[in-house]
Structure formats: structure tokens, C-alpha cells
Design a protein around this ligand. Structure first.
Ligand code: SAM
Length: 169
């Protein structure tokens, strides 16, 4: 059975740094039907339940134009995750995989992303389908889905650059 916040036998944690590098602000809250990680889907589905995104003031004005898109990308803070695992054992069978080779919620910066269907916009509230996070999960950003988005700003040289090396990598 999966338990919340456990460290399994083969898994490895690291010491947590004393300082952080960036400040994140929560711009809203996500309302979903799930209150336990043990019930939450691992990835959202387009035919999943309708979920509500409440955008906080003063950020509601930043939603202007969002209704032009049928798909949007949400970034959220998986606030109930531990953050110190470098090796994880999803199957709990003694084998491990690195955190960055997984989409596990357990990661140093527990950012979740989903491309969701935008069903409606009601003032500062968005109605969406396709989420996989707990009720009350903090929202950190909203972007138009990149496939539906054409840059609005004038082009710049890097937009057309192909094949050059960046340094010696
Ligand atoms: N779709 C996102 C992604 O790929 O970046 C998240 C995927 S993650 C595997 C989804 C799982 O994270 C859920 O099944 C649940 O176990 C867990 N989860 C959801 N909301 C969470 C929260 N607020 N805090 C911690 N864990 C959460």
C-alpha cells in the first residue's frame, strides 16, 4: 500500500539547503474533488471531473484574453510533497529511478503541470477538465497551451536560429 510522505527502503534523501534561491507567490487556488493523494489520479484526463481555479486579486486582471484558448497550461505547487528524495522507488520493489526521470510529485521544487481543457471563464474563476491535484493546491501560473499560441510580440533573431552550439555542450 502507498503511504503519504514515506521513504521506501531503496530510496535516498538528501539534506535540505538552508537557504532558497527564488520566491514564488501563489496566484490562486485549485478546487478539485480529491482530498487524499491515494485517490487522486496520477495524470489528469480530459473526461475527468470539472475543477475550479480561483485566481486571487490582484491577478484576476491578468486573465484578460484567456477565453480565446480552449486549452491552457496550469502550473501548480504540490504543497503536500516531500522535497528531499533523489532516488525514488515507484513500485516499491527495491529498484530506483532518479527524481528527474519521473513525473512524481516528490521533487525539490514540487511543481506540477497539466494541459487542461478550458470549459468556462466566470470573472476570476476558470472551469477546467484534466487536473490531477488535491483540493486546495496552490496555483503558480497559467499559460496558453503552446500549440494554440502564436507569439504576439515582434519576431527576434533567435526565433529563426537553427543548429548552432551553445558553448561546448
Ligand atoms: N500532472 C502533473 C505533472 O505531470 O507535473 C502532476 C503529476 S503527479 C504524478 C500527480 C500526483 O501528485 C497525484 O496523483 C497525487 O498523488 C499527487 N498530488 C496531487 N496534488 C498534490 C499536492 N497538492 N501535494 C502533494 N501531492 C499532490
Amino acid at each position: 500500500m502507498v503511504r503519504e510522505d514515506e521513504v521506501r527502503t531503496a530510496e535516498r534523501t538528501v539534506a535540505w539547503p538552508e537557504t532558497t534561491d527564488a520566491g514564488v507567490i501563489f496566484i490562486g487556488r485549485i478546487c478539485t474533488p480529491w482530498t487524499s493523494r491515494l485517490e487522486c489520479p496520477r495524470q489528469g484526463r480530459r473526461d475527468g471531473p470539472l475543477c475550479r481555479i480561483d485566481v486571487f486579486d490582484p491577478w484576476a486582471e491578468a486573465l484578460k484574453g484567456i477565453g480565446d484558448f480552449t486549452q491552457i497550461e496550469l502550473l501548480y505547487w504540490l504543497h503536500r510533497s516531500r522535497r528531499d528524495l533523489v532516488l525514488q522507488s515507484p513500485r516499491n520493489d527495491g529498484t530506483t529511478r532518479g527524481t528527474f526521470a519521473l513525473r512524481s510529485p516528490v521533487r525539490p521544487n514540487p511543481i506540477g503541470t497539466s494541459i487542461v481543457a478550458l470549459i468556462g471563464v466566470e470573472g476570476s474563476t476558470l472551469l477546467v477538465r484534466g487536473l490531477d491535484c488535491l483540493d486546495g493546491t496552490p496555483l503558480i501560473d497559467i499559460k496558453p497551451d503552446r500549440c494554440q499560441f502564436t507569439p504576439l510580440a515582434p519576431p527576434q533573431p533567435g526565433d529563426f536560429q537553427i543548429g548552432d552550439k551553445a558553448g561546448d555542450v
